[in-house]
Design a protein around this ligand. Structure first.
Ligand SMILES: [Cu+2]
Length: 83
């Protein structure tokens, strides 16, 4: 039984859509680096500019310890990226 519970927990972790939902893991240096790389690859200049603005706002919020603001701005950046 315990084994089954553990398997279910592992499956749930693996099935959770990465980055699809608002998440505190968005507000980490690692994620910011990923976002920088994604913005750099964007070809739509208008969207790229908007994504960069939102990403910068998200980074600023993260630095000031404002997780809510960080997540809100990251969500906007993701929208610009088509995520
Ligand atoms: Cu992001």
């Amino acid at each position: 039984m315990l084994r089954l519970v553990m398997l279910a927990a592992v499956a749930a972790t693996m099935l959770a859509p990465a980055g699809a939902r608002a998440d505190k893991s968005w507000c980490t240096d690692e994620h910011m680096q990923k976002m920088d790389a994604m913005v750099a690859k964007m070809t739509d200049e208008a969207k790229k500019k908007s994504a960069q603005t939102n990403l910068d706002a998200s980074k600023a919020a993260m630095k000031s310890g404002d997780t809510e603001g960080c997540i809100a701005s990251m969500k906007l950046a993701h929208t610009d990226m088509g995520m």
